[in-house]
Design a protein around this ligand. Structure first.
Ligand SMILES: Cc1cc2nc3c(=O)[nH]c(=O)nc-3n(C[C@H](O)[C@H](O)[C@H](O)COP(=O)(O)O)c2cc1C
Length: 228
């Protein structure tokens, strides 16, 4: 039995996938969209009806790199797979770093009938990787403790001083559930609010450390902006 003969509907996989899928005509110079998955709408803000019959170029803008598009075009022409990364734009105008690959869909005679693009927003991953590199090269091994949180308020980066307070593997921990976060109360709410709205803020509180007793901690938070 091949997978084609099972009763399972593969469309359900597309609905469940985190990646966004876009199918275009096989016109290599002017591919136009014939279908987009629901995740495409989540990613870009465009409904299916907004994009059918249009070019995927509607996602492009001033920060989209021409060299990447030229490489993509060459891949379409030669019928080979493409994989790349560039800035794209949501319907709202917000830019994001898109990583995507494109593969030709062929019929049983090997003729290309469509192209399919599989897309993913990698903005956060790239920013965290870049900040991680900058932090590693600039941080001193002891005080102060520095952590970088992702948008889910989980620890993406922790320097050794933060590691001493937080334990061996703090990466991925929810910041407000760690020992470094202020204990319950107004201080905690203030800090949480400042982080969520992206405002710089400093709070002071007492941290009970197992080895060194109580320590007064001043915690300064600032949003990390995307470099353009
Ligand atoms: C299946 C498919 C998906 C595509 N998805 C995107 C995309 O998500 N973002 C993007 O900037 N370009 C995307 N493109 C590329 C553009 O449609 C276009 O091919 C590219 O800009 C090269 O054409 P140009 O030389 O006229 O600019 C996609 C193309 C295809 C065939």
């Amino acid at each position: 039995m091949t997978w084609r003969r099972t009763n399972f509907d593969p469309c359900r996989v597309l609905d469940a996938a985190r990646e966004s899928f876009l199918v275009t005509t096989a016109d290599v110079d002017h591919p136009t969209i014939v279908w987009a998955s629901p995740t495409f709408t989540t990613l870009t803000g465009y409904e299916l009806a907004d994009v059918v019959g249009k070019s995927p170029k509607l996602l492009q803008g001033p920060r989209t790199e021409r060299a990447v598009l030229d490489r993509l075009h060459a891949c379409l022409r030669s019928g080979s797979d493409f994989e790349g990364e560039t800035w794209n734009y949501r319907k709202s105008g917000e830019s994001f770093l898109m990583r995507w690959y494109i593969v030709p869909l062929r019929d049983y005679e090997g003729v290309i009938t469509h192209f399919v693009g599989v897309q993913r927003d990698v903005t956060i991953e790239r920013v965290v990787a870049r900040e991680d590199q900058q932090m590693r090269s600039s941080l001193v091994p002891h005080e102060p403790a520095v952590v970088v949180l992702d948008r889910q308020l989980r620890i993406a980066i922790a320097n050794p001083a933060a590691g001493e307070i937080l334990g061996s593997n703090p990466i991925g921990a929810a910041f407000f559930e760690t020992d470094l976060a202020p204990p319950d109360g107004a201080t905690r709410d203030e800090l949480m609010r400042a982080i969520v709205i992206g405002r710089s803020h400093t709070v002071e509180y007492t941290l009970e450390t197992a080895s060194q007793g109580p320590k007064i901690l001043a915690l300064a938070c600032s949003p990390v902006a995307l470099a353009s």
